[in-house]
Design a protein around this ligand. Sequence first.
Ligand code: GDP
Length: 297
Amino acid sequence: MAFEGLAERLQDTLTKIRGKGKVSEQDIKDMMREVRLALLEADVNFKVVKQFIASVKEKALGQEVMKSLTPGQQVIKVVNEELTALMGGEQSKIAVAQKSPTVVMMVGLQGAGKTTTTAKLANHLRKKHNRNPLLVAADIYRPAAIKQLETLGKQLNMPVFSLGDQVSPVEIAKQAISKAKEEHHDYVLIDTAGRLHIDETLMDELKQVKELAKPDEILLVVDAMTGQDAVNVAESFNEQLDVTGVVLTKLDGDTRGGAAISVKAVTNTPIKFVGMGEKIDQLEPFHPERMASRILG
Ligand code: GDP
């Protein structure tokens, strides 16, 4: 389970302060030292940890907390609120275009879970928002990506637009959007090309698709298991493409959780969904507050 180590350490630390009728400055300092270590160990970006610790300390040492009747509990509340804020505060929802269809570009490196997530998102949009998405197979480089999306489409009984792997992603996107308009699809989900590494060719191609498709949403799919690498990937994609949201996959795995906590703070891009398994219905909207409560117990 994700966050297991972090949750355990933080909960241990916070338990020590919870019941205290009086909290000294030293208590807070001791607690924050432990919180800092727990976050670093969970692979949270060190700059993010530094800022987090500073802002919790400032608030926890304020009069409101120190002079309250239940200072221990107030300190924990501060930690909870700051952790929630760090992960984006309010839940960030998927875009809805004023004029249909809403175009969503799915981007990411190979293996992150982009194709699977595209299908999961289509399923989510239909089930939870009553939408009628068109899936678009524009990942022409990974062998089998097109077939994979077609298989998932069949499983969902949803149409998949594809032109094989000899047509450029830009052309595929263009024709797909026309078709979506003709057939009254309200969402177009474009599974774009991924590669093993970030390179100029990949980014140039994605920029071209972006230019043409004018997406309302660019969702970057990153693998939570890769920790700080996921955050670095997010930073690079964001610099080049102005990503509007992140989907963090494989949060069901044994990840330490650093990516989930750092992505928003480092890239200023909210996590919109998390992948919680390989199955088509294992995609969940990301709720910073619930995640913080889950970590803090
Ligand atoms: P792509 O190359 O980015 O399109 O990656 P795929 O969609 O093919 O996914 C790569 C692998 O990750 C597949 O085996 C997926 O089943 C798996 N995967 C995707 N999302 C999740 C997730 O949230 N949890 C788990 N456990 N596996 C996932």
